[in-house]
Design a protein around this ligand. Structure first.
Ligand code: COA
Length: 524
């Protein structure tokens, strides 16, 4: 790639525009509940959610925040009133789930619940201890119908983590009422801040209504009461900083060990990561060579390509990232043919045989359609690849760089195929098919239906329908929209890809890394 070429400069300028838009959306998540609620929170002498996280983590260690755009495009504030991510405490990578009390009292809306579930899944799959920083008004009452029944999983997950030998910790800074009381209730270790933590099934008004009893909130759920009387608090903290200190002390005593192999020596790539901003064309119909990406994320820019002369629209090969061995599957020309699917299935089996994690770099418009391809068995070849991906047991990480359409999204380990992590570049687009194709298909179907009914087809209406559908599908295929719905773990700057991959690979090596013993029946 020539970084002085006009194409490069054009692509880079388009990417920088998209990154500026991304920064603006991230800024909304950072604002929490806005100035008024932030000021009120501070006046109460409390730390903001990100300040709590920063004090909890080892100084100058990275925090891999997850899904900061959750709830984007919904009626709820961007970020979904909870901050989740992976951070390092006393040298141990932990999943952090922290309520933002400046956003509607830290109450949980449908997106908060989805984001918390995702954090639990990450903890379980990668064997990472969980630290909950609790201060929440519980369920968002107006949307209780969306959260009450599925939300029960939050408590189920905590106890299943514990049963799987993965420690769970709750540091309670404020309210943790009603259902929320089961967060500390289900955790292995509980710290409560004196005169601040309030943990009860029913607060004073509810108790008065239910039984007529008069009681204040300290008697019902204060830290002092839980530390001395109920036994729900294992530690009483003098203040917030003390609670965070106690949280670090608990992690220090967990005797946590990573069960995956340690990384080898790390080499920096030979090519500049900065240039990752200028690789993906604005128009995703224009192909690009994913080796340009691999050269900028791989240790020493080394890449040992497997089957380079076969099924060339999928690039496969071995490399290392931050010292961890990785098998890469990367789309080259967009379309997947039978040969590519077979090559992928073989490569995935090899990675399972050698216990090597897989990295999927998406830029695909899906499997090839048409008479010739159907007759040559494109369905069974695609099924072969999807079978291999679905039953592979080594950790998978997906990066959606460009297109990720149709069943190609499944074959390349899209969200439904449970990659351990899935991050998106601002240039990405994902949908069942492209907007024009989808609108065109709808138009053909409508035209045929009108003909079958013996009715004339209204061309003006057809044009208006196609325009409307195209705009809708385009909007629904964009990264902010998809990230808002938790279909990825976040939208990242392409230039950060190597760092993000390094953090993910380090996290996945907390669990053993072992390949599958068997796959589903491969249809030949
Ligand atoms: N559902 C929906 N909105 C909630 C909420 C909840 N559970 N808890 C708080 N909010 C909203 C408030 O209505 C308020 O909105 P407004 O600013 O637009 O008026 C905003 O969040 C801030 O709440 P406020 O009460 O002013 O904040 P606070 O910091 O003084 O108190 C709580 C926070 C959590 C102690 C208090 O809001 C509360 O008791 N909430 C209800 C708790 C409860 O019983 N939950 C049941 C869970 S099953």
């Amino acid at each position: 790639m020539d970084a002085r070429s006009p194409e490069y400069r054009e692509r880079r300028a388009a990417m920088l525009d998209k990154l500026a838009a991304l920064d603006a959306e991230h800024a909304k998540a950072l604002e929490g509940g806005g100035e008024k609620y932030v000021a009120r929170h501070r006046k109460r002498g409390k730390l903001l959610v990100r300040e709590r996280i920063e004090l909890l983590l080892d100084p100058d260690s990275p925090f891999l925040e997850l899904s900061p755009l959750a709830a984007w495009g919904s009626d709820f504030p961007v970020g979904a009133s909870v901050v989740t991510g992976i951070g390092v405490v006393e040298g141990v990578e932990c999943v952090i789930v922290a309520n933002d009390p400046t956003v509607r009292g830290g109450s949980s809306n449908p997106w908060t619940v989805k984001k918390s579930f995702r954090a639990s899944d990450i903890a379980l799959e990668n064997r990472l201890p969980v630290i909950n920083l609790v201060e929440s008004g519980g369920a968002d009452l107006p949307t209780q119908k969306e959260i009450f029944i599925p939300g029960g999983r939050m408590f189920r997950d905590l106890t299943r983590l514990s049963a799987a030998g993965i420690p769970t910790i709750a540091l309670v800074f404020g309210n943790s009422t009603a259902g929320g009381a089961y967060i500390p209730g289900m955790c292995d270790y509980v710290v409560m801040v004196k005169e601040r933590a309030k943990v009860f099934l029913g607060g004073p008004p509810l108790v008065k209504m239910a039984t007529g009893e008069e009681a204040d909130d300290e008697e019902l759920g204060g830290a002092e009461m839980h530390a001395r009387a109920s036994g729900l608090a294992d530690y009483m903290a003098a203040d917030e900083a003390d609670a965070l200190r106690l949280g670090r002390q608990i992690v220090r005593n967990l005797n946590h060990r990573k069960l995956g192999p340690a990384p080898g020596p790390v080499e920096e790539p030979l090519y500049d990561a900065e240039e990752l901003a200028g690789i993906v064309p604005e128009d995703l119909k224009v192909p690009f060579d994913p080796r340009e990406v691999i050269a900028r994320i791989a240790d020493g820019s080394r890449f040992e390509e497997f089957k380079p002369l076969y099924g060339t629209s999928l690039v496969t090969g071995w490399t290392r990232v931050h010292g961890y061995p990785v098998g890469v599957l990367a789309n080259a020309q967009g379309v997947l043919f039978g040969a590519e699917a077979q090559k992928a299935a073989q490569f995935i089996q090899l990675a399972n045989q050698s216990d090597t994690p897989l990295l999927f770099l998406h830029n695909t418009t899906g499997y090839m359609v048409g008479k010739e391809y159907e007759q040559a068995g494109i369905i069974k070849h695609g099924a072969l690849m999807i079978n291999a991906v679905a039953n592979s047991k080594v950790p998978h990480i997906s990066i959606v760089m460009g297109a990720s359409y149709g069943a190609g999204n499944y074959g390349m380990c899209g969200r439904a195929y449970d990659p351990r992590f899935l991050f998106t570049w601002p240039s990405a687009k994902s949908a069942v098919m492209g907007p024009q194709q989808l609108a065109g298909v709808l138009s053909i179907v409508a035209r045929q239906a009108a003909e079958a009914r013996g009715q004339a087809y209204d061309e003006d209406q057809d044009r208006a329908m196609r325009e409307m559908v195209e705009a809708q599908i385009e909007a629904e295929s964009l990264p902010f929209f998809l990230s808002g719905r938790l279909y990825d773990d976040g939208v990242i700057d392409p230039r950060d890809t190597r760092t993000v991959l390094g953090l993910c690979l380090s996290a996945v090596h907390n669990a053993p890394v072992r390949g599958a013993d068997g796959f589903g029946v491969f249809r030949m």
